[in-house]
Ligand binder design. Structure first.
Ligand SMILES: Cc1ncc(COP(=O)(O)O)c(C=O)c1O
Length: 368
């Protein structure tokens, strides 16, 4: 008789293996410590105060947030030091930022003159000095000033505002993180860091200090460590590990990453309409579909396909009969973790096949 996976847990559920999670946290922290670089993990990956606490306890200097809503939740949960890595624009958001600043040391990136002016006014009215970092577009073509003198112009505006202080600069290139070939990825990191340096040099030429140079992700991590162009590293996915990272040659030595996948979705078979098809209770509402489709853990011969909002279908790759009955369970490894985490209220935390806790995903859905 087949052993039932996690009989104490109802499905669909987002499982988190605590040992693997702690292992991933320890591996990157040790490497950053050894290189003398600060680690500021990105909370956009896990969205969870308890995971943030583990990262801080391991030695992280603080957390990054992609959205102000994430920063609000983590500040409320007691995370003392936060960097919002996306510009905070508009009166409504800036008012919220001022409230977060009462709870935590919160810094924010800027790339726009008017936004700097608005932040300065709000900080002055709130009676605080807000730390900002100038964001440089180092190749992603998302936010950020172009490399070169524009960063110095904005830095001068920051210097002229008594309610602002320049904490540093940010340059993140997301497009290169999952480039599988090491040499190609390293060349892209070198180009991104050279672009960032142009801007850092331009700011320094005005006589201003740039204490923090922050950026980097999971794929660039070993190269960021080697180059030490950044003073602070902000990887996020290393805690949960997207499947795309399994394919990359992380260090150029053709060895896999020393990081494990702690995340899976527990699914149940709810119907067996045909000998070669099983229907699961996991669809687009429980697994993100923007990356690769989930993989069936421990069953490389099975293929998962989305079959609607609440349904998924499993087939054998060879078209054969399935040895699955109604009520059987499967663990699915998500293709893209960040967007899957955002679909659940909590992690079901487990080790050695036993679930023993739930951790709230407080910042899930905090998209504003
Ligand atoms: C600004 C910024 N920094 C860091 C990260 C983390 O990168 P990764 O998830 O590859 O570790 C991201 C991810 O999107 C990001 O947008």
């Amino acid at each position: 008789m087949k052993e039932m996976l996690f009989p104490e847990v109802d499905t669909p559920a987002l499982l988190l293996n605590e040992e693997r999670l702690r292992g991933n946290i320890a591996v990157l922290q040790a490497q950053a410590d050894q290189a003398g670089l600060a680690l500021r993990p990105h909370a956009k990956a896990h969205k969870c105060a308890q995971v943030a606490r583990l990262q801080l306890a391991a030695g992280a200097v603080g957390l990054c947030c992609a959205k102000l809503g994430e920063a609000e939740v983590l500040a409320q949960a007691g995370v003392p030091d936060l960097l919002v890595t996306t510009p905070v624009v508009g009166a409504l958001k800036i008012a919220r930022l001022m409230r977060v600043a009462r709870q935590a040391a919160v810094k924010v990136v800027v790339d726009d003159e008017r936004n700097i002016h608005d932040l300065a006014q709000a900080a002055q009215a709130a009676g605080i000095v807000l730390a900002v970092l100038i964001e440089v577009d180092v190749g992603q073509r998302r936010c950020g000033v172009p490399p070169g003198p524009r960063a110095a112009e904005l830095a001068c505006l920051v210097r002229a505002a008594p309610s602002l202080t320049l904490a540093g600069m940010q340059g993140y290139q997301g497009g290169l993180q999952c480039v599988a070939d090491y040499t190609e990825r390293r060349a892209s990191v070198l180009a991104a860091m050279a672009a960032l340096k142009q801007s850092v040099d331009a700011v320094r030429q005005t006589g201003m200090d740039v204490p923090v140079i922050t950026g980097g992700g999971t794929g660039s991590f070993p190269i960021d460590i080697e180059l030490a162009s950044l003073t602070e590293l902000q990887p996020g996915s290393y805690v949960t590990m997207d499947r795309a990272y399994a394919a990359i040659d992380w260090t150029g030595k053709h060895a896999g990453m020393p990081l494990q996948k702690p995340l899976s979705i527990l699914a149940s078979v709810i119907s067996r309409p045909a000998r070669d098809r099983a229907i699961l209770d996991v669809g687009w509402k429980s697994a993100s579909s923007d990356g690769a489709a989930p993989a069936c853990l421990g069953h490389p011969g099975l293929i998962f396909e989305f079959a609607g909002d609440e349904h998924g279908q499993v087939r054998a790759a060879n078209g054969g009969d399935l040895d699955l009955a109604c009520g059987d369970r499967l663990e699915l490894v998500p293709g893209h973790c960040d967007t899957t985490v955002n679909l659940f209220d909590s992690y079901v935390v487990h080790a050695q096949g036993r679930a023993y806790s739930t951790w709230s995903i407080e910042a899930r859905g905090m998209s504003s």
